[in-house]
Ligand binder design. Structure first.
Ligand code: WT7
Length: 634
């Protein structure tokens, strides 16, 4: 197992060493894993291209590290606890031995169905054990998984399937969420009908049962094929730099891009960070409430915890079913030791009242974590007092789909915590603040653009099928730096506070959304001429979506129109991208060169119109007043 830091002095000295001798540091961590063949070179890198290779020449299979290597010492220990949507249904538990067998069977099934090393397999599934099993089965045989969050629409799913030319889609029949049963397989059918010609097989896991349309030519039942396989499957030897998975994420322009992570470095870093950030100890029960459709689920439900030999919980349901005490009921029921969730969930539950949390015994908790968006001070204190009872350090973890693992965070009971601060860099992570000209801001108590100046093992390697885009998005803004897209502040003691995105990306309930993407969806409405989308402060979601829309023909019923626009967005992207507010405007403030002045629109949406700055240089300064007048309050 990689090093587990246990004191402040150790953190400080390890951090210094990791910066002074990064190769020696990461080689020492990597040594603790099971490699089929050792690497030739720890690190080669060039951010200009970018070209980053960790542990090249090394051969490994991440599933041997997540499963096989634990069999002897903890084969009978629980690897996954699956908690169903309905608390009255039966919990499922998989020991490492059982999980190993299940993964091998699924891997053999994939092979029978023609999946080979390097093929892409798309997952569109709810939080059922078969999702984790399927993902690991891909890794076992060297297939590349691309998990698409099951809340995305058929259009969004089709875009992702096509971009990665997936050969197979693995899905469920239906998804249970609270009292709702949501169709899943029919969304895949719809996506395939949109021309996903690369898909040869749709492998369907029967979750609820119920009527689905069946196409004998491509549909296969999971149970028919997986259940009859043998529970052994050799682990494909993977080069450290072979692709492990693709995960799509939104940017400020264009369609979502497929962030590519590779096997060796990702394994080392997610395991190392998991052990340290959560201070996981033998026998602990760890729970991350994320969905495996996002990077948090990949790194900190599946790979990091399993590789570290931890017991990890997978929860099928939602925080408010059957009531707002569900999270705490689960913590109590399974005696959870480390709990990791998102600020939006904390704020939503905080709003429901303290009685839901007070009803349960949370004395097993040792560390509580937050991820995905800035946690505001009020939510931080509530989490600290009501959930952590002031005895559990809050780890406010800053990272991104692209970083693969947690980059900036307190280490519990090692470094201090401070509300709103993600605090200190992890060993091996070299964050810097730059000004807009690319000069480094070296002093403390300063604000700047958050960049990273040295590679770390789990960083993205490319964006699938478009390396130029990777370069332009992350490595072109500032020479020799990875640019995160976030602004940050560093306090007098060197702690980082993440302020938020500085590009046209908004963060709604911890979900990343490109404003351009939402605009493109809105523009699909036949009566929409042009639109502009900005984020605005939202009490629960962190940011809400505010859309300014210019229509062609006068709208007679605005309520109907808004419903239609939301429906178009739901169809194009998914319900998570539906605007919270839609304001009809006669024009949008633009610069003389025709660029929409989002800065002004953001201020209007936030009701911060006192200080709009100079608008006289706009192409259409008069429009500002009328947009302000029409502002939607509630
Ligand atoms: C963006 C990345 C990484 C897991 C989930 C989100 C924001 C993430 C924090 C935090 C403030 C945060 C940033 C970042 N973000 N964690 N602790 N404090 N902001 O992954 O969808 O790739 O989004 O989320 O703006 O750039 P993602």
């Amino acid at each position: 197992m990689p090093l587990q830091i246990s004191s402040l002095e150790e953190y400080q000295s390890v951090y210094q060493q990791s910066i002074r001798e990064p190769e020696a540091f990461w080689a020492a961590q990597a040594e603790t894993f099971y490699w089929q063949k050792k690497w030739d070179k720890v690190l080669e890198w060039d951010f200009k291209k970018p070209d980053v290779k960790w542990f090249s020449g090394g051969k490994l299979n991440i599933t041997e590290n997540c499963l096989d290597r634990h069999l002897e010492s903890k084969g009978d220990q629980t690897a996954i606890i699956w908690e169903p949507n309905d608390p009255n249904e039966t919990v499922k538990k998989y020991t490492f031995r059982e999980l190993h067998a299940a993964v091998c069977k699924a891997a053999n099934a994939l092979k029978v169905l023609g999946i080979e090393k390097g093929d892409r397999v798309c997952f569109y599934m709810p939080m059922v054990p078969e999702l984790a099993i399927g993902v690991l089965a891909c890794a076992r045989i060297g297939a590349v998984h691309s998990v698409v969050f099951a809340g995305f629409s058929a259009n969004a799913l089709a875009d992702r399937i096509k971009d990665a030319t997936c050969k197979m889609v693995i899905c469920s029949d239906f998804n249970k969420r609270g009292q709702k049963v949501i169709p899943v397989k029919s969304v895949v059918d719809e996506a395939i009908a949109l021309g996903c010609s690369s898909v040869e097989t749709v492998l369907v896991h029967k979750n609820t049962g119920g009527d689905i349309v069946w196409d004998e030519k491509i549909d296969q039942w999971w149970h028919n094929i997986v259940d009859i396989q043998t529970p052994q499957c050799p682990a494909e030897p993977m080069d450290a730099e072979d692709m492990l998975f693709i995960l799509y994420t939104s940017g400020s322009t264009g369609k979502p891009k497929g962030v590519v992570h590779t096997c060796g470095g990702y394994m080392v870093y997610t395991t190392f960070s998991f052990k340290n950030v959560f201070q996981y100890k033998e026998g602990d029960v760890y729970w991350c409430t994320a969905d495996i459709g996002w990077i948090t689920g990949h790194s900190y439900i599946v790979y990091g915890p399993l590789s570290a030999g931890a017991t990890t919980i997978m929860f099928e349901g939602v925080p408010t079913f059957p009531d707002a005490g569900r999270f705490w009921q689960i913590c109590d029921k399974h005696k959870v030791n480390q709990f990791y969730t998102a600020p939006t969930a904390i704020r939503a539950l905080m709003a429901k009242g303290d009685e839901f949390v007070d009803a349960y015994d949370l004395s097993s908790l040792k560390v509580i974590g937050s991820v995905g968006e800035p946690i505001n001070e009020e939510a931080w204190h509530w989490y600290n007092e009501k959930v952590g009872k002031k005895r559990c350090p809050i780890v406010d973890t800053w990272w991104q789909t692209e970083t693969g693992g947690i980059m900036i965070t307190p280490l519990p009971n090692i470094t201090d915590t401070k509300p709103c601060y993600a605090a200190y860099p992890m060993p091996g992570i070299q964050p810097v603040l730059l000004d807009s000209d690319g000069n480094e801001i070296t002093e403390n108590e300063a604000e700047g653009l958050l960049c990273v100046r040295f590679p770390w093992p789990s960083m993205l390697r490319t964006t699938y099928g478009d390396h130029e885009r990777c370069k332009n998005t992350y490595f072109a803004a500032f020479e020799n730096h990875y640019f995160t897209g976030d602004g940050a502040r560093r306090d007098a003691d060197g702690r980082y506070r993440i302020i938020g995105r500085v590009d046209d990306v908004i963060n709604v309930s911890g979900h990343r959304m490109g404003t351009a993407e939402v605009e493109n969806a809105i523009n699909e409405h036949s009566n929409v001429v042009e639109s502009a989308v900005v984020g605005y402060p939202h009490a629960i979601k962190g940011q809400g979506i505010y859309a300014y829309v210019i229509v062609n023909e006068t709208v007679s019923d605005e309520t109907v129109f808004r419903t239609e626009v939301c429906e178009v967005v739901r169809r194009e992207i998914g319900a998570i991208a539906k605007p919270d507010k839609i304001q009809l405007v006669s024009g949008l403030p633009k610069t003389r060169s025709g660029k929409i002045m989002r800065r002004i629109l953001r201020k209007i949406a936030a009701n911060d119109t006192e200080n709009l700055g100079d608008v006289s240089t706009l192409l259409n300064p008069d429009i500002v007043e009328s947009v302000i007048e029409g502002r939607l309050k509630e």
